[in-house]
Design a protein. Structure first.
Length: 106
């Protein structure tokens, strides 16, 4: 199973999200093709109700377990269903990569 598929399966199984977007952003970084090392996730779940941002991120990190050791970066956008509705489904994009040789050309 690809790393992306494993991340998605774990998030769906443990958080039962109302909405889930998982994007492999590795192509935007200085890594070999197919690395599956940089991801962006938008997770809308009732499991986040009453939790602060840090607690939501910890919950995702716990859900992914050892998979977190296999990736370099995970950008998280976490919302309750009510917060998501108030945003009309809008999120922000990940910042550009400045790692590797890209810092000098940015």
């Amino acid at each position: 199973m690809s790393r992306r598929n494993e991340i998605e399966a774990r998030l769906r199984q443990h958080l039962e999200p109302d909405h889930l977007e998982l994007e492999d952003e590795s192509h935007r970084h200085s890594v070999p093709p197919g690395s599956e090392s940089h991801f962006r996730a938008v997770v809308v779940s009732p499991a986040f109700a009453g939790k602060a941002l840090l607690a939501r991120h910890r919950l995702i990190h716990q859900t992914l377990g050892e998979v977190m050791q296999q990736i370099h970066a995970l950008t998280l956008h976490t919302y309750t269903p009510q917060e998501w509705a108030a945003r009309s489904g809008n999120t922000t994009e990940s910042p550009p990569c400045l790692g590797g040789g890209k810092a000098q050309s940015a």
